[in-house]
Design a binder for this molecule. Structure first.
Ligand SMILES: [Zn+2]
Ligand SMILES: [Zn+2]
Length: 149
């Protein structure tokens, strides 16, 4: 559980009355360009363009360090679409009002009994971990590795 902004803050929802509007507003994903609504996006992991190491890429690099795929190819970490914010491995705190509004929650949601709060995982943490391993190998082996998938 991180101390970052809650999903509610990320959506810009500040009051109960604006929550429906924020959840249903059409947004465009900065990674894949698809339009989405947060009401169907949270925990769905529908984005196919997420590369964990994209931010560390240099202009001349022909492949992503996280997976060895060529630039522009399909992502290696299943994740939610996003307008700007980069998700991390930690489950994200969901504001109470949003959690109560959304009636469809999948396995990526969980309720913490102790704090009585909802959390949602916005990306596949196992796949993310694999990326860091791959990037570590990439950086310790100067020769290009073959693309395996
Ligand atoms: Zn996307
Ligand atoms: Zn990748």
């Amino acid at each position: 559980m991180n101390g970052g902004p809650t999903a509610q803050e990320l959506l810009g929802a500040t009051s109960q009355s604006s929550i429906d509007e924020q959840l249903e507003r059409l947004r465009r994903c900065v990674r894949c360009g698809m339009m989405y609504r947060e009401s169907q996006n949270m925990g769905a992991w529908s984005c196919r363009a997420y590369h964990a190491m994209e931010a560390y890429r240099t202009p001349h690099q022909p492949t992503y360090q996280c997976c060895g795929r060529a630039i522009g190819m399909r992502g290696c970490v299943p994740a939610d679409h996003t307008e700007a914010y980069e998700y991390d491995a930690e489950a994200e705190l969901v504001g109470e009002a949003i959690a109560e509004t959304l009636t469809t929650r999948n396995a990526r949601w969980h309720y913490d009994e102790k704090s009585r709060r909802w959390y949602v995982r916005r990306l596949d943490a196992v796949a993310l971990e694999r990326c860091f391993d791959q990037a570590h190998k990439f950086n310790s082996e100067p020769l290009n590795r073959p693309v395996t998938s």
